[in-house]
Design a protein around this ligand. Sequence first.
Ligand code: NAP
Length: 476
Amino acid sequence: MLNHTKHYINGEWVDSTGSDTIEVINPATEEVIGKISSGTEEDVNQAVQAAKEAFPSFSQMPVDDRVKLLENIAKEYENRKDDLVKIMTEELGSPITKSEQIHYQMGLAHFKQAAEELKTFQFTEERDNSYIIKEPIGVSGLITPWNFPTNQISTKLASALAAGSTLVVKPASQTPFAAIIIAEIFDKVGVPKGVFNLVNGSGSVVGEAISSHPDIDFVSFTGSGAVGSSIMKNAAEDIKNVSLELGGKSPLVILKDADVKEAARTALTQIATNTGQVCAAATRVIVPEEMHKDFIQAMKELVTEFPVGDPQDKNTFTGPQVSEEQWKTVQSYIKKGEEEGATLAIGGPGRPDGIDKGFFSKITVFTNVQNDMTIAQEEIFGPVMSVITYKVLDEAIEIANDTVYGLAGYIVGNDKEELKKVASSIRAGQIRINNSKSDLSAPFGGFKQSGIGREWGNYGIEEFMEPKAIMGMPSN
Ligand code: NAP
């Protein structure tokens, strides 16, 4: 049992001012694996005070020293690889190979990327009659979700440190242990006291205390739209800056000249990765009418490439949903899809055959989906795909954009003009063509209800800064 009932405040592990705890459950076994403190408003106050006191000095830390700090964090993160991989397999239920290849690696990459960005970051700019300085934004509150425990937290932490801002972080209470290891890493490398503070606990107490705290200048939040909206309301009280990385219902547009098998594999990978618990996952697949039959057939043949099961098994591709609540949500959407008249082509309700414990769903594909059905409009956050057909490309683009979200878009095909047309017409923050690999120097974030602001690379660092314009500065 992992009992981590302390918070990390002002460079030390300290007891909570409250005595309540939150249990953490392994979603594959349904067993309790540990507990954390359910932090209080007073814990947040202490953490904010520490971050406030640390700000004047940390914001002046020379850039070279901040680069070194980020590089040292990356090195120590690498030293903790086994611990991070193990804990994300247990607390999130991520298959062990994916815990390493995706979760561990992405977490590491953000620290490395931020160090590189910082080496060339333009902190000043001269214009006709003004001198512009980018300054750290101040005390920042970071609130993160459970679906990518290291990635979500490290992109924010790396950007905040690179910018020279100090912070208080609250990780998701379902996956707090990866964040605790990151706090241990920060402690080991000697991040100056008060710069980084971690308060564990529920969103309704610790998260609320962060978003409404008068001494927090900026809240960087990743999570659901409903919570994002409430954070924005709290922040409006004292005109705090916010960055919101929210949900998605991203389209995958398959062009008529696409290879059917490749398209089918791409589509399945989108919903099977991280058990469909990916904000940017393509969950609406928009297929040419004449390709539909072959496309569904190809997915039926390929679905065995995505085994669902024990996260400790190296051959597993897809683990359980993170929690019973999430499992029930996914199941209710599968039921809703059937009720609304979509046709089940693959999977369906219940656990996969042979599994009788854990929050496992089947990889599920619906066809005959109309884009106004609930399963095509709402974020399910599970391994569930809606396949929608189109006759002409303009119709495919219209369907792709017919959503309140705009986080990402995907295209499979070869015709250059069509690829360009679709890429420029989808209203979303990131477009990926033919399984292109990720680029952490490029901005990540959403149009429409997928959010406000951008993370990753220099865009992420800018979020933790304010520009100041100075006019009339004597030249010598
Ligand atoms: P969530 O319920 O919104 O929770 C996210 C975080 O907010 C958690 O730390 C949660 O704490 C906290 N929280 C809950 N209520 C709060 C409140 N009233 N005030 C302040 N904080 C509060 O989201 P989730 O279920 O963890 O994550 C799934 C969602 O995140 C999906 O919609 C997904 O698309 C989105 N997401 C977006 C991105 C992106 O980059 N755009 C990336 C990943 C995920 P507790 O854990 O204690 O509830």
